[in-house]
Write a protein that binds this ligand. Structure first.
Ligand SMILES: C[S@@+](CC[C@H](N)C(=O)[O-])C[C@H]1O[C@@H](n2cnc3c(N)ncnc32)[C@H](O)[C@@H]1O
Length: 248
C-alpha cells in the first residue's frame, strides 16, 4: 500500500530518503589507493550513454577504471539495457576478453550491435536464473557488474546467483548503491549490501554510486583493501582545499 503510493511519486520518495541518515554504511574506498596505476589508465568515451536506464557516466568511468587496472579476461553484466556499458567495457579490455551480457529485454545491446566489438560480447536473453549461468564454471568471471532489478529481493537474487562465479582475484560491482528508492521499494541495494557486508568485505567507491567486492580482500589482499579505505568525513566538516578524493 505504502510502496504503491510512492511508486508513482519518485519526488516524494527522494525527499523522504534525505531523512534516512543510516542507509549508506559501507566503508568508503578510494580506487586511486587500491590500484597503483589508476591515474595512468585512460578512459575514452566516444558516445555518451543514452536513456534513463543507462548507467551514468561517472559510474561508467569508475567501472572502466577497475577494468583497465585489473585486466579481466571474462566479464559479466547483469542487466544490460541498450548495451553502452558492455560496449565501453569491450573498448577498454583486451581484444581476446569475453563479455557476457544478460537482460530480459530481447533487443538489448543496440549500442554494440553492428560494431567490431560485437564478436567479444555474448548476449543472453531472459530472466536472471540458475539456468542462465548453467554453462559457467565456478570462479570463471574476473569482473561482474550487477545492474538489473534493484529491489532488495532482486539484488539479493542476482548476487547469490553470481557470487560462486567470481574468480578468487576478481571483482563484483553493484550499481545504485545510493540513497533513493527506499519508500517505493525500487532500490534495496544499500540494505542488501549492508547485510552482505557483515560476511564479506564490500565498500563504496568514492565518487560514484557503485559498490565493490573482491574475494581476495578476505585473504592475501586484505591489507591492500584496508589501505584503500578512507575515514568518513562529516559533510559539515569538509574543507574543499583538503579533500583529495575523486569527485563523481
Ligand atoms: C538499469 S538497466 C541496465 C543498464 C545497463 N547496465 C547500462 O549500462 O546501460 C536494468 C536492466 O536490467 C534488466 N532487468 C531487470 N530485471 C531483470 C531480471 N530479473 N532479469 C533480466 N533482466 C532484468 C532490465 O530489462 C533493464 O534493461
Amino acid at each position: 500500500m505504502l510502496k504503491s503510493f510512492f511508486y508513482y511519486r519518485p519526488f516524494a520518495d527522494r525527499t523522504l530518503c534525505h531523512f534516512l541518515k543510516q542507509r549508506l554504511t559501507l566503508p568508503e574506498l578510494s580506487l586511486q589507493d587500491l590500484f597503483e596505476d589508476f591515474n595512468e589508465q585512460p578512459v575514452t568515451l566516444h558516445q555518451l550513454p543514452r536513456g534513463a536506464w543507462s548507467t551514468p557516466t561517472a559510474d561508467v568511468v569508475m567501472l572502466l577504471k577497475v577494468a583497465l587496472c585489473s585486466k579481466p579476461k571474462k566479464l559479466l553484466e547483469v542487466g544490460s539495457f541498450r548495451g553502452y556499458t558492455a560496449l565501453y567495457l569491450a573498448q577498454h579490455v583486451s581484444s581476446d576478453a569475453k563479455i557476457v551480457t544478460v537482460d530480459r529485454y530481447p533487443e538489448h545491446g543496440e549500442a554494440y550491435r553492428n560494431t567490431r566489438y560485437a564478436s567479444m560480447i555474448e548476449r543472453r536473453i531472459g530472466e536472471t536464473s540458475t539456468s542462465m549461468y548453467q554453462q559457467d564454471m565456478p570462479g570463471s568471471y574476473d569482473l561482474i557488474f550487477i545492474d538489473a532489478d534493484h529491489s532488495y529481493e532482486g539484488v539479493k537474487h542476482d548476487t547469490e546467483l553470481v557470487l560462486p562465479l567470481v574468480s578468487p582475484t576478481g571483482f563484483i560491482l553493484w550499481h545504485d548503491y545510493a540513497n533513493w528508492g527506499y519508500f517505493d521499494g525500487k532500490n534495496g541495494v544499500p540494505e542488501y549490501l549492508k547485510q552482505l557486508s557483515e560476511k564479506l568485505p564490500i565498500a563504496h567507491i568514492i565518487g560514484s554510486d557503485v559498490a565493490i567486492y573482491s574475494p581476495a580482500w578476505a585473504g592475501e589482499q586484505k591489507q591492500h583493501y584496508e589501505n584503500a579505505i578512507q575515514s568518513k568525513v562529516h559533510p559539515n566538516q569538509v574543507n574543499p582545499w583538503k579533500i583529495m578524493s575523486v569527485r563523481g
